[in-house]
Ligand binder design. Structure first.
Ligand SMILES: NC(=O)c1ccc[n+]([C@@H]2O[C@H](COP(=O)([O-])OP(=O)(O)OC[C@H]3O[C@@H](n4cnc5c(N)ncnc54)[C@H](OP(=O)(O)O)[C@@H]3O)[C@@H](O)[C@H]2O)c1
Length: 283
């Protein structure tokens, strides 16, 4: 597996496995299959409600802890952010059955972001989270966080797919030493991604699937990927992207698919701010 080196020297697989929208009662089985397929990076979140199931699959796999890269995410906290962030971290760790995380991400750019980040910095200094980062941060919020704090996020996990490529933003993150990691790397199939003619044409040339072309395109751009699938055949398919390479012309034709807009929602939209900020997790 190809790794990327994060800004603090931590090595992260460029391709991992995401578990968003996998029901908690199916997650243990799905993650067990993903680990058997060869995934070593698992991406979950407190808000996905399936950390315990991910933890059981990790434990039962018998894979040595140091061979795995586990990410979870802090949801927006009420009240005293530093104290609550540390508590939320311990809750996630307990649910996962782990004694450290490889990557802890702030899930949303809302709430007392500074207080949450200070607590995450402390967890990072203590070695309890080997790397810390953010998710869904747009350039203004990311730069503000970087400029006014000590530790620069190692990762920003953001919506990235052929219809919303974030190329300018990637340039800025590169300058700042922040690794881009895609969420919704397949746009969850929106906009007929899996039958897109440009992608299908390239896929046919290599005897690959559209999904593989999309993953390969991202990896060639240096964007980390965490595709989700509940089907073992697709888990394997999504890992088999290191035996071919797209040409500059093919990369350019995929660049032409960018619409510059989200297919999901805009974190600047006041209704989205209200919606995501109103949500609170039970623990
Ligand atoms: N930080 C955030 O705010 C945030 C937001 C969203 C997601 N994420 C993370 O990013 C991960 C990936 O994003 P996502 O789960 O939203 O969507 P995604 O990976 O873009 O798409 C998943 C969808 O694609 C299908 N699929 C997977 N592989 C395929 C293939 N080779 N051919 C055809 N269809 C395929 C899956 O169906 P089957 O399962 O039926 O195969 C599923 O419906 C998540 O699991 C989560 O870890 C983070």
């Amino acid at each position: 597996m190809q790794n990327v080196t994060l800004n603090n020297g931590v090595e992260m697989p460029i391709l991992g496995f995401g578990v968003f929208q996998i029901p908690a009662d199916e997650t243990e089985q799905v993650v067990t299959e993903a680990l058997a397929a060869g995934y070593r990076l698992l991406d979950t979140a407190a808000s996905y409600g399936n950390e315990e199931a991910v933890g059981r699959a990790i434990k039962n796999s018998g894979i040595p802890r140091e061979e795995l890269f586990v990410t979870t995410k802090l949801y927006v906290q009420d009240g005293p952010a530093e104290e609550n962030t540390k508590r939320a971290f311990e809750t996630s760790l307990t649910k996962l059955g782990l004694d450290y995380l490889d990557l802890y991400l702030m899930h949303q750019p809302y709430g007392d972001v500074y207080g949450q980040w200070r607590a995450m910095e402390e967890l990072n200094r203590q070695g309890r989270a080997k790397a810390i980062g953010v998710s869904n941060f747009y350039p203004d919020r990311l730069l503000d966080l970087i400029i006014n704090n000590e530790i620069t996020p190692a990762v920003n996990q953001i919506e990235t797919h052929p219809f919303f490529q974030r190329a300018d933003y990637q340039e800025l993150m590169r300058e700042q030493g922040v690794q881009q990691q895609a969420w919704g790397g397949f746009a969850e199939g929106k906009n007929d991604l899996f039958t897109n003619p440009v992608l299908s044409d390239i896929a046919q040339r290599y005897g690959k699937s559209v999904g593989q072309v999309v993953l390969r395109w991202a990896i060639q751009r240096g964007v980390a990927q965490i595709p989700k699938s509940v089907r073992p055949e697709r888990m394997a398919e999504n890992l088999a992207v290191f035996d071919f390479a797209l040409t500059d012309a093919e990369m350019a034709s995929i660049a032409g698919l960018d619409t510059g807009a989200s297919l999901f929602f805009d974190h600047h939209d006041p209704e989205i701010v209200k919606w995501l900020s109103a949500r609170r997790l039970d623990s």
